[in-house]
Design a protein around this ligand. Structure first.
Ligand SMILES: [Zn+2]
Length: 175
């Protein structure tokens, strides 16, 4: 999974080619990325063991460890929701024009009233989940809210009329 706007990942600074004509972009300190790659490859060819040892000792950036990714996800639930909404929208042909500004996670599920639980390892009934209020409109500003995973499963992509039919028939049958 790749994370949008992850603070650890910065795009290479593309600019003028280096003095050897590489056009691969520059790192944060303006050094040519291709030259760096070639130097590292040359070092590896001359002394693979030393290079491997240095790599093993190098601290792993948090974005590349499972714990680092988990903690990033815990601290950025809106970004995760947006990321997943965009991917669902692409797959299912919905519009998705919202930003994280359109996503706010309330303390309680507005439909079932249960307290939303964040940061649990596994998804539970009380996990916050992004819902399209009117499914056919897609993820557009004003049409999304965060409800419990249970409420979202029940509602799914049902229209108000379908939900009312279900409630009416269940009431008939169960009471
Ligand atoms: Zn270069």
């Amino acid at each position: 999974m790749s994370f949008p706007n992850s603070p650890e990942i910065s795009a290479p600074q593309v600019g003028r080619p280096c003095k050897y004509g590489h056009n691969s972009g520059r790192d944060k300190t303006r050094h040519c990325l291709e030259c760096k790659r070639l130097r590292e490859a040359a070092r590896y060819r001359s002394d693979p063991a030393a290079v491997m040892q240095r790599r093993a000792l190098r601290p792993v950036p948090p974005s590349q460890t499972p714990e680092g990714r988990r903690s990033w996800s815990r601290n950025n639930p809106e970004k995760i929701m947006l990321h997943m909404a965009r991917s669902r929208a692409r797959g299912e042909g919905y519009l998705c024009t919202i930003t994280t500004m359109d996503i706010s996670i309330p303390e309680y599920c507005p439909l079932l009233g249960l307290r939303l639980e964040q940061g649990t390892e596994k998804r539970t009934d009380a996990s916050p989940s992004l819902d399209k209020i009117r499914p056919e409109l897609g993820y557009v500003p004003g049409n999304v809210w965060v409800i419990s995973w249970k409420a979202n499963r029940i509602k799914n992509n049902a229209t108000l009329q379908e939900l009312q039919m279900i409630v009416a028939k269940l009431t008939e049958r169960m009471l």
